[in-house]
Structure formats: structure tokens, C-alpha cells
Ligand binder design. Structure first.
Ligand SMILES: [Zn+2]
Length: 102
């Protein structure tokens, strides 16, 4: 789920509610907020898009080339690479460039 969708889900429909239901609304919102926080902290449920991976891929490849534990530092990128062949190919190209200039 995208952050934007979460915020739409949280705040999107509030404006149309009448003021008489405000108290109940607030209770509902805090429960939703707790649910959202739990969701955000559970990174296993968050998936990056190819664009997001491309944006950090050179950094990721450099860290990997330096022997850093990238699956610990950038687990979501690692996870995406495990699933996405396009990004994995791009990563291999970057890795080659980095290793050849090291
Ligand atoms: Zn991808």
C-alpha cells in the first residue's frame, strides 16, 4: 500500500461527516492511526516500485561493492532485486562499472 493511499484512507472522507458524529469519528481515527503505524513499521508489507529502486540503485551497488551488508541496510531494495529481473540486470551493470573503476 502506498503512503498516499493510507492518508486518503485516513483523512479522505472526513470532510463530509456531520459534526454530531465527531466524537465517534475521533475514536475511529485513533484506532486507524494505530493500525497505520503498525503497517508502516512492518516493512515486510511495503514494496518498492522499479522507479524507486532505480533511484537508489547506484548507492545500493556501491555499498555492496564496499562489502556492506546491503540486505540489512536496504532490505526493501534487496527484496525487489530478488523478485524483479529488470532491476537485477540494471544492478549487475552498475556493479560491473563500480568494480571496474575501483
Ligand atoms: Zn524492478
Amino acid at each position: 500500500m502506498k503512503i498516499k493511499q493510507i492518508f486518503q484512507w485516513l483523512f479522505g472522507s472526513n470532510n463530509q461527516k456531520s459534526s454530531s458524529s465527531q466524537n465517534r469519528m475521533q475514536v475511529g481515527n485513533s484506532a486507524r492511526m494505530q493500525k497505520m503505524m503498525a503497517m508502516l513499521s512492518n516493512t515486510q508489507d511495503v514494496e518498492l516500485t522499479c522507479d524507486e529502486v532505480f533511484a537508489v540503485l547506484d548507492q545500493f551497488a556501491e555499498l555492496a561493492a564496499q562489502g556492506e551488508d546491503v540486505s540489512e541496510l536496504m532490505p526493501l531494495v534487496q527484496r525487489h532485486l530478488d523478485m524483479c529481473e529488470d532491476c537485477r540486470e540494471e544492478y549487475k551493470v552498475l556493479e560491473k562499472i563500480i568494480l571496474s573503476t575501483a
